[in-house]
Design a protein around this ligand. Structure first.
Ligand code: HMG
Ligand code: MG
Length: 382
């Protein structure tokens, strides 16, 4: 089946892959900017954030979350997954969610697919409507799929019912189908630091699996610290190993924040050369097959760590009579509006009946509340 659109970057990547089976280490990353300080943020809250929620969340709420994120300037959104509803019931309504999205210019929407069945279901809804009704809705704006496997057999079996080797064999034709349909393909490797079932993970296994995914045509490899056990030292050791085979510009960090180290791990990975990170608004989430792991790092916390100094103007007050240096971080996260993100994190957490776990989100909302209260009292200074 062929969809009408086909991205040129996919063609370039595929032709490079065909030229040489060893060419993965020399493939150029596909980040669409020449700015070395640009950091791509992939919002995974609507998928990774919500997939573990025990109570059903109506598709209109999920679509509203996605639409609000796009309005807040998020340009890459993982909108859901086409996995077995027997395994992850929360994602069962992904088709409906996609049909309710208001496509936002320059925003990429992706979904997870675990097998050919998921791919076929996606392609069905992406094919142009043959309905004689001329007012039929255009297909949803999905431009990318994410396939996923693992660095350990134990986790692969728990998450997808097959070993790593079997999952790679199953995913290769799925990736091929997606590329042929003009979709970009991203690959995830789970448990890159520790596995909830088999303990410490050998970084060489992460390297091997990442390399296989690149060979399948993935333009980016999401390195999943599923359990959130990673520390700057263990993350750096893992990256050093993976980078032996895969260009650093093709790697993306996906850090769960179970132990509060995710932001530190991102800063370590940035220092190592990565420029793409997943995050989840309000710190939502957890993997249903990683017992005890909490959500992804909160998007608000990542944006604050990278650009928060701008919120308070130049930090250049004279100190002890000496003019202080102006401090401003160099990172560019695109048009993402942190204040709007904080509101979204608070809103979706409220819908789920809890508080946002984002520290930056909570601080910003508290600051706003104080400011409003002061305004109400006649504008006295804080
Ligand atoms: P299985 O039971 O071995 O497969 O599951 P099966 O082929 O025997 O199918 C079982 C039933 O599911 C059948 O239905 C199929 O039709 C149906 P029945 O005939 O019994 O009525 N089915 C499907 N339905 C809809 N969409 C599909 C699909 N496939 C089969 N695509 C399977 C194998 C891979 C399907 C299953 O294990 C599965 O869906 N696993 C996904 C688990 C998951 O979504 N985990 C969370 C996402 S990964 C993650 O969170 C990690 C990440 O965030 C990175 C990180 O943090 O590390 C990405
Ligand atoms: Mg995850």
């Amino acid at each position: 089946m062929h969809l009408p659109f086909r991205s040129s970057c996919v063609r370039v990547l595929r032709s490079s892959l065909q030229t040489s089976s060893k060419s993965f280490s020399t493939l150029k990353p596909t980040l669409s900017t020449a700015n070395p300080n640009f950091v791509k943020i992939v919002e995974v809250g609507p998928r990774d954030g919500l997939q573990n929620e025990p109570r059903p969340i109506p598709p209109p709420i999920k679509a509203e979350l996605i639409n609000r994120l796009a309005l807040a300037g998020v340009r890459n959104i993982e909108a859901g997954s086409f996995v077995s509803p027997k395994w992850v019931p929360q994602m069962a309504g992904t088709s409906e969610v996609l049909s309710l999205i208001d496509p936002f210019p320059n925003t990429g929407y992706s979904v997870l697919v675990p097998n050919q069945k998921g791919m076929d279901l996606l392609l069905d809804i992406l094919s142009p409507s043959t309905s004689p009704d001329s007012a039929a809705k255009p297909p949803p704006p999905v431009t990318e799929v994410a396939i996923f496997t693992s660095a350990t057999n134990a986790f692969s079996l728990a998450n997808t019912n097959v070993s790593i080797a079997e999952s790679l064999a199953r995913l290769a034709p799925v990736a091929r189908t997606a590329l042929d349909a003009g979709l970009k393909v991203r690959g995830y490797v789970s448990v890159v630091v520790t596995c909830p079932f088999s303990g410490r993970v050998d970084p060489r296994r992460v390297r091997d699996v990442s390399r296989e995914l690149v060979q399948m045509g993935c333009y980016e490899i999401g390195l999943g610290d599923t359990t959130g056990a990673g520390t700057p030292a263990s993350v750096r050791a893992m990256l050093e190993e993976v980078a032996k085979d895969v260009d650093v510009g093709m790697l993306s960090g996906h850090f769960h924040d179970t132990n509060g180290t995710a932001t530190a791990n991102i800063l370590t990975a940035l220092d190592f050369g990565l420029r793409s990170f997943d995050a989840s608004v309000g710190g939502l989430g957890g993997c249903p097959y990683s017992p005890g792991a909490t959500g992804n790092v909160a998007t608000e916390d990542v944006i604050y760590a990278l650009t928060g100094d701008r919120l308070f103007g130049a930090i250049g007050e004279p100190y002890d009579g000496e003019p202080a240096k102006t401090v401003q971080s160099k990172w560019d996260v695109g048009p993402i509006d942190l204040a709007q993100l904080a509101e979204i994190g608070q809103w979706i957490s409220g819908v789920l009946g809890r508080e946002t776990t984002s520290r930056a989100g909570r601080a910003l909302m508290a600051k706003r509340k104080r400011e409003q209260e002061q305004k109400g009292k006649g504008g006295a200074k804080l």
